[in-house]
Design a protein around this ligand. Sequence first.
Ligand SMILES: Cc1ncc(COP(=O)(O)O)c(C=O)c1O
Length: 396
Amino acid sequence: MVAGAAGSSAGTTDRLAELEARLARHDLKDIYKDDLPTPCMVVDQEIFDANLKKMSDHCSKTGIHLRAHVKVHKSTEVARRQLGMGAIGLTCATVAECELMSQAGFHGILLTRQPTSKNNIARVLALAKHDSTFGTVVDDPQVATWLQDAARAENLRLRTVVDVYAGLTRHGIEAGRPALDLAKQVDSSKNLKLVGIMGYSGTAAHTHGFEERMKKSRTDLSGLLETVAAARSAGLPVEIITGGSTGTYNVDSELKGLTELQAGSFVFMDTGYQKIGGKNNPAVFDDFGPALTVLTTVISRRHPGQCTIDAGNKALLKPTDEVKGRADVKVENQGAEYGLLVWKDGDRDYKIGDRVELYPSNLDMSTNVYDRYYVTRGERLVDVWPIMGRSGAAQR
Ligand SMILES: Cc1ncc(COP(=O)(O)O)c(C=O)c1O
C-alpha cells in the first residue's frame, strides 16, 4: 500500500491527490500495483527492456536501421529509450506526434502521412525550421507543389520522401512511372530535398505465418524496389528506403530491400500480433514479449463462472483481449464502464476486489485512451511515463 495511506492523520480526504503528488515528486517508494487506480496501463519493465534490446541487436546484426514508429506508444520516454539504443530517428503518424517528439529534442523525425491542410503544412514547415533533420512523405504531385511553395515562402529546404504504394490502398503513389515522376518533381523543387522512398506494407505486417509473410512482403515491396532502381538509374538521390513493421522486421532484413524499419508495436506487443506466428515458433509470434497490460479490478461477482471488471467500452476492452495467466478466461464487453470475464473452471474463480491484467488487442487504440504508463518491476512501481494528450489539440 502507499505509505501512510491507511489512518493518515493529515486529514485529507483526497487519496488520489496524495498519490498524484507523490508521483509528481517521483517519490515511488513502496507504491505497488495494488495502489493504482484502475483501469490503468502497466508496463513490465523487464519485458519492455528485453524487447528494445532484441530489436536493437537485430538491427546491429543485419545492418538495417530502425526509425521507430511512435504512434503505438505516443511517449517521449519510450522514444528516448529507443534512440538511446541506436534508433536513427522516429516515424510519426500525425503532425502532433512530430511536434511532441521534436519539442523533446529528438532528431530524425519523419511524418509518414502527407500533410494536406493549410494547418498541417504550416506546422510541418515550422518543424523543419526548428530541426533541419525533420522530414515528411508525399504521395501526390499536388502536395509536393504545395510544400515547395510553402518551403520557398519560409526560405528553407524540406526533407521529402516519396511514399509509394506497397499493398495498402490507404496511401502511396503507384510504383513505376508515377512514383518516378513524383520523385523527379521533388528533386527538381528548389526548396524540397529528395531523401528517399517509403513503402508501408501494412497487410504483410499481420499476415499469418513467417513464410507467407515473407512472400507477401516480397510481392508488396517489388514495385517499390523497381522504383528505387529506376530512380537511381535516373541519377536521383535515394538515401533511405523506409518501411516495414514489427511483423516484418526479420522478413524485411532478409529481403534486403529496405534500409530502415519503421517498426513500432514491438515495444509492447498486443494479442493481434502474437497470433501471426513467428519464424521459430509458428504458433505464437513471441520474438517480442507482451510488456503492456491493462490493470483492472473485479467489481462484482454475483453469478457462477463470470465476474465483472471495471474496464469496459470506454477502456476499449475487446473480446479479442486476453487475460494474463488465464488463457481459459474469455473477455466480453458489457457496457461503457463494465467488462465481463467468463470462464468454465469453477475451481479457479475470481474473488471480488481481485486485480486482473489484460493484454490489449490493438495497441494504437488502447494506448490512446490512457494518460500514462505505470512502469513496474514485479509488483513494485518504478516509473511513470506520460502518454501524449488523449483529446483536444494535442491529438490533432
Ligand atoms: C506507416 C507506418 N509505418 C510503420 C508502422 C508500424 O507498424 P507496427 O506497429 O506494426 O510495427 C505503422 C503502423 O501502423 C505505420 O502506419
